[in-house]
Write a protein that binds this ligand. Structure first.
Ligand code: ADP
Ligand code: LRH
Length: 496
C-alpha cells in the first residue's frame, strides 16, 4: 500500500461520504493534499414506535462499499478513519454483539431530563465536571432515559462504543474509545481527564461500560479477516482520528498561528475558538458554551447552534408535499425576498425535534408579534438571517469569554455552499468571513491519519497543508444600519 494515500469516512446527520486523500509533492517541494470523493450516501433518522434510530447497518454497508471502491479504483489506502456526529453510541453484549439499534440523538426519550438530572446532581457541578452545555441529547441523558425506562439492554451491556468507535469495531473487531467523542458524553471529566464514575453511579448508569480513551492519531488496528475476505481487500489500518466530526472540521480550518474563531456549518452550527484546555468558569456556563476535546491536545470552546437543520426540515416538508427545491435554489429565492420581515431565535428548544418545522416557525413569529412567512422564499430568508444574527451573538460571547477580539470568522462545512449565509454572516458580524473547505470534517479526518503515520509533524503543519491545497472564499462585510437594527430586535428574544 501507498503510505501517503488515506481514506476518510465522514458521517454527518444528513449524509455520509468516503474521500481519498493523496499527499503530493510539487516540483517546488511544496506538499499538497489531493482529495477525491469516491462515495456519498444519505443518512436519516428512522422512526420505530416512539423512538428514533440510526440505520447503523445501512451505514456499515455503505462504508464497506466505500472501502471496496477505494481499492477497485486503485487507490490502495494504507489507513482509514471514521468521524461522525457526536454523543450517540451502541452497546455490546458479553459476546461482543451489538444490542439493538442505536438511538438517534433527537429521540424524544430525553425530554425533560436536563431538569431532572440538574435536581439530582446540581447544574454547576455537572458543568464543572463535564465542561458541556446542557443539551438534551448528551449521552448522559440518553443513558439516564434508558435507566428510567428499566431498559434490559443496559443490564446485558458490557461495553459502550460511541458511533465512530462502533463502526470501526464492526470493521476491525477491535474495541476502542477515542477521546474527542468521549468529551461529548458529559460523563468524561475534562478537568480530571477521566471517566466520571461517581456521576454514573449517582444516575444508575453502569460505570464499567467505558474504555480508556485514546487520542486522535492513534492506530487502532487492521480490518478483520472476515471483512478483508468479504470485500477482497488487503489489511488496511483503522486510525482513531478526531472521530467527532466537529473536531475533525476544526482541525482542517486553514488558520495560521493567531488565535482564530470558527464556524463549523452543517446540520448544526458550531461556533467557537480553539483553546489549549477547557475553560470551566461560571461565565462559560452562564453563556452556555461547551468545551470539547479535539485533535493535537486542543479544546474547542464552542456554542452548539441549531443550524441548517431548521432549513433541512422545512425542505423535507416541502419535498414531501411535492415541491422539491434544492438548497442552492432556496438560497437564491431567499435573496430576492424582503429583508428582515420575520426573525426566529434558532435555539428556541421547539426547533430541536423532528417534524412540523414550518408550523413551529409560524408559531414563533405569531408569539413574538411578527408577520408569518408566506412562502418558501420568506421562510428561507427568515432562517438564514436569523442564523447570521445568532452567529454574531455567539461570536461576541466567545470574545467575552476569552478576552480576545477575532479578526474574522473561518467558516467550514457543507453549509458554506449557501453563499447567501456566508455573506449575511459577514454583514451581521461586521467582519471578514473566510469560507472553506466544504469537506472540512473529512479533510481533518485525513489529516489525523497523516499525523498518525508521521507524514505530518503537528497540527500546524497539517493546517498549512489545507491552506496550500484548497481555495478559500473571502466575504467582506457590507456594514449598514439594517443589520444593527435587526440585531437589536434579535437580542430582544432574550436567550443566551
Ligand atoms: P452534516 O454533515 O452535518 O449532515 P453538511 O456539512 O453536509 O451537513 O451540510 C449540509 C447542509 O449544507 C445542508 O443542510 C444545506 O443547508 C447545505 N447545503 C448543501 N448543499 C448545498 C448547496 N448546493 N447550496 C446551498 N447549501 C447547501
Ligand atoms: C455536528 C455534531 C455536533 C454535536 C451534534 C450531535 O455534526 O457532531 O458537534 O453536538 O452533532
Amino acid at each position: 500500500a501507498n503510505q501517503t494515500t488515506v481514506l476518510a469516512f465522514d458521517l454527518g446527520a444528513s449524509s455520509g461520504r468516503a474521500l481519498v486523500g493523496r499527499l503530493q509533492t510539487g516540483e517546488s517541494g511544496v506538499r499538497t493534499l489531493e482529495v477525491t470523493e469516491i462515495h456519498r450516501f444519505p443518512n436519516h433518522a428512522i422512526q420505530v414506535g416512539n423512538h428514533l434510530h440510526w440505520d447503523i447497518l445501512r451505514l456499515l454497508h455503505e462504508m464497506k462499499k466505500g472501502i471496496r471502491t477505494a481499492f477497485q479504483l486503485g487507490y490502495g489506502p494504507a489507513t482509514f478513519g471514521i468521524d461522525t456526529w457526536g454523543v450517540d453510541f451502541g452497546l455490546l453484549d458479553a459476546n461482543g454483539e451489538l444490542i439493538g439499534n442505536p438511538y438517534h440523538y433527537r429521540d424524544p426519550q430525553t425530554e425533560g431530563l436536563i431538569e431532572e438530572v440538574n435536581a439530582l446532581v446540581g447544574k454547576e457541578k455537572l458543568f464543572r465536571e463535564s465542561g458541556l452545555q446542557l443539551m438534551p441529547f448528551n449521552t448522559i441523558y440518553q443513558l439516564y432515559a434508558m435507566r428510567k425506562a428499566a431498559s434490559p439492554k443496559l443490564d446485558i451491556a458490557r461495553t459502550l462504543l460511541l458511533t465512530p468507535d462502533l463502526l470501526a469495531y464492526l470493521l476491525t473487531g477491535i474495541r476502542s474509545c477515542e477521546f474527542s467523542m468521549a468529551t461529548t458524553t458529559a460523563l468524561y471529566d475534562p478537568g480530571k481527564q477521566a471517566w466520571n464514575k461517581a456521576l454514573m453511579e449517582r444516575l444508575g448508569i453502569p460505570s464499567d461500560l467505558f474504555l480508556e480513551p485514546v487520542h486522535p492519531g492513534t492506530i487502532v488496528g487492521p480490518l478483520s479477516a472476515e471483512v478483508m475476505a468479504e470485500l477482497g481487500v488487503p489489511a488496511m489500518q483503522a486510525v482513531a482520528v478526531g472521530t467527532h466530526d466537529t473536531e475533525s472540521a476544526v482541525a482542517a480550518v486553514p488558520a495560521g498561528d493567531e488565535p482564530f474563531a470558527f464556524l463549523v456549518c452543517g446540520t448544526w452550527s458550531l461556533l467557537g475558538t480553539e483553546m489549549a484546555g477547557p475553560l470551566l468558569t461560571d461565565e462559560t456556563l452562564a453563556l452556555d458554551f461547551s468545551n470539547e476535546g479535539g485533535v493535537g491536545g486542543t479544546y474547542q470552546l464552542l456554542k452548539n447552534i441549531m443550524g441548517l437543520w431548521i432549513l433541512q426540515e422545512c425542505k423535507r416538508e416541502w419535498d414531501e408535499q411535492g415541491r422539491e427545491i434544492g438548497f442552492g435554489e432556496l438560497a437564491a429565492m431567499a435573496e430576492k425576498a424582503e429583508p428582515f420581515r420575520s426573525l426566529i431565535h434558532p435555539d428556541d428548544p421547539r426547533f430541536f425535534g423532528h417534524g412540523g418545522m414550518v408550523d413551529k416557525i409560524r408559531a414563533f413569529c405569531v408569539e413574538t408579534g411578527q408577520p408569518v412567512p408566506r412562502d418558501e422564499a420568506e421562510f428561507a430568508r427568515c432562517i438564514i438571517e436569523s442564523l447570521a444574527l445568532r452567529y454574531r451573538q455567539a461570536l461576541e460571547q466567545a470574545e467575552r469569554l476569552t478576552g480576545r477580539v477575532y479578526a474574522g470568522l473561518h467558516m467550514v462545512g457543507g453549509g458554506i455552499q449557501n453563499t447567501l449565509l456566508c455573506r449575511f454572516t459577514a454583514n451581521a458580524i461586521g467582519k471578514s468571513v473566510w469560507a472553506g473547505p466544504v469537506e472540512a470534517s473529512a479533510i481533518g479526518n485525513l489529516l489525523a491519519q497523516l499525523l498518525a503515520t508521521g507524514e505530518c509533524r503537528d497540527l500546524r503543519e497539517a493546517r498549512a497543508l489545507v491552506a496550500a491545497s484548497f481555495p478559500i472564499d473571502f466575504y467582506e462585510p457590507v456594514v449598514d444600519a439594517s443589520w444593527e437594527n435587526a440585531y437589536e430586535k434579535f437580542v430582544g428574544f432574550g436567550r443566551t
